[in-house]
Design a binder for this molecule. Structure first.
Ligand code: URP
Ligand code: ZN
Ligand code: ZN
Length: 483
């Protein structure tokens, strides 16, 4: 029995006189990071029980995947939910943020728990567990940020990895007086992580130079949003990326460079890899779609694009896309950090440096990668799955429980209709923000169903998940992976 439009509430596991044993995904094309083939998928409980050419449906509830792809659910390695930042707090919390993620085809997020200088990592992690518990609709894991290089902080890292299931630690080279740390802290974090199986993530921009340029611009009366980008020139990202990679090289540590926005930074990563280093790079949808000219939109609309590193000149988009194709960049994160234009971004109406940095991107991450990558013929389907799901799962210790379609893996599945279309708009998106940097873009392809541990959480445009159903996922310790 095929039932495309009545599965939404997940309830009818018992139909008529017959008890339905499992959920059968019928007739789709399974796509993993390595394989593409036609087969049925049988889910029992929360995991995948059988994958076979044809599975009899009489005992099972059937989910129609005909003419559709069966992808592993997306894994978003970079989100900021319910995070105090820029004088305000990101507008999406763990409920609205994960709901929007699910509607876009993501089934696991890895969010950043913010450490505060002088406080413990344990406390930071506890705070983020409290924010997520009872709210998240899909599964989640955590990264920790590192705010200081105190010996107490470094001493906590091994426990975070072995006992708490956090395998990655982000250091900021920018946001002076707020999140920025010095090279000593970065180097100590690299050494500690190298020894204990952690992966250091770096926000690579030279915060000291940005601080000088920002003060100079404001003193000259340059206050509009575009000055956010003009005071964060690409060389600031290039220099910091190069410096971070060299520090990792000295420490003998792996490194993951988050939100790479430019060819210059991406080239540094390629150079490091040519020297045999375990350097990984992530880019984000906004860097493949938006361009510097967006800052010059009238009526303060340019503020939507105030995020860091900033949006670059258009030609960088193609370079980043090619680096994704050639696996010189390895993961696709949203860097979802959502603010309303009205009441949040407008804190900086008369001073670009007061505009909270970030954009709402969690919902459209998969769609943008598919449209710009697959539909435009640059990425194959397997690369698309690798970048949006499998590689983040491998890097952040969730594979093979997450990030693939295999017997025994969690039944986190995205059934993707490649023929349906959708136009992105803040009027219809599920994120709380009143703006969307991809507004107006039409995407060919959209989720038909999204399943989180066997439960349908998105049925087309209808959310069918449950607040609090998402569970914390411990990350295994990091080991260098061949992606
Ligand atoms: O502008 C951004 N990217 N905001 C989020 C914080 C960060 O640096 O990742
Ligand atoms: Zn950052
Ligand atoms: Zn971020």
């Amino acid at each position: 029995m095929v039932c495309r439009r009545s599965l939404g509430n997940n309830a009818p596991l018992v139909w008529g006189p017959f008890r339905k044993l499992g959920t059968l995904i019928r007739g789709g094309t399974i796509v993993t990071a390595t394989d593409t083939y036609h087969a049925d998928v049988l889910i029992e409980g929360e995991t995948i029980a059988t994958i076979a050419k044809r599975i009899s449906d009489d005992k099972h509830r059937v989910v129609d995947a005909s003419d559709a792809y069966v992808f592993p659910g997306g894994i978003d390695p970079h989100t900021h939910l319910d995070m105090p930042f820029g004088g305000t707090t990101t507008i999406d919390d763990f409920e609205s943020g994960t709901r929007a993620a699910a509607m876009g085809g993501t089934t696991t997020i890895v969010d950043f728990a913010l450490h505060t200088r002088g406080d413990s990592l344990a406390n930071a992690l506890r705070t983020w567990h409290e924010k997520a518990k009872g709210k998240a609709v899909i599964d989640y894991a955590f990264h920790l940020t590192i705010a200081d290089g105190r010996s107490e902080t470094m001493a906590e890292i091994p426990k975070m990895i072995t006992d708490e299931g956090v395998n990655s630690f982000k250091v900021f080279m920018a946001y002076k007086h707020v999140l920025q740390v010095d090279d000593e802290t970065i180097f100590k974090t690299l050494q500690t992580c190298a020894k204990h199986g952690g992966l250091v993530q770096v926000h690579a921009e030279n915060g000291d130079v940005i601080e000088v340029l920002t003060k100079q611009a404001l003193a000259e009366g340059k206050t509009e949003p575009k000055w956010h980008a003009m005071t964060r020139p690409v060389e600031c990202e290039g220099e910091a990326t190069h410096r971070a990679i060299r520090l990792a090289e000295i420490a003998g540590a792996p490194l993951y460079v988050v939100h790479v926005s430019s060819a210059m930074a991406a080239d540094s990563i390629s150079d490091g890899r040519k020297r045999g280093l375990n350097i990984y790079g992530e880019t984000c949808p906004q860097y493949l779609v938006c361009e510097f000219g967006d800052y010059e939109r009238p009526d303060f609309q340019g503020a939507k694009y105030v995020l860091s590193p900033p949006i670059r000149d258009k030609w960088n988009q193609d370079v980043l896309l090619k680096k994704l194709k050639n696996l010189e960049l390895h993961a696709f994160g949203s860097d979802h950090c959502s603010f309303n234009l009205c009441g949040q971004k407008d804190l900086g109406r008369h001073d670009f440096s007061k505009i909270p940095n970030g954009a709402p991107t969690i919902e459209d991450r998969i769609a943008i990668l598919y449209e710009v990558g697959v539909n435009r013929g640059v990425l194959g389907l397997n690369s698309f799955v690798a970048l949006g799901s499998t590689n983040p799962a491998k890097l952040f210790g969730l594979f093979p429980r997450k990030g693939t379609i295999a017997v025994g893996s969690d039944a986190d599945i995205l059934i993707w209709d490649p023929n349906a279309t959708r136009t992105i708009s803040p009027k219809t998106h599920h994120m709380k923000a009143d703006n969307n940097v991809f507004e107006g873009m039409t995407i060919k392809g959209r989720p038909r169903y999204v399943l989180s541990r066997g439960k349908i959480v998105a049925d087309g445009n209808i959310f069918t998940g449950e607040k609090g159903a998402g569970k914390f996922q411990k990350s295994a310790r990091f080991f260098p992976v061949q992606l």
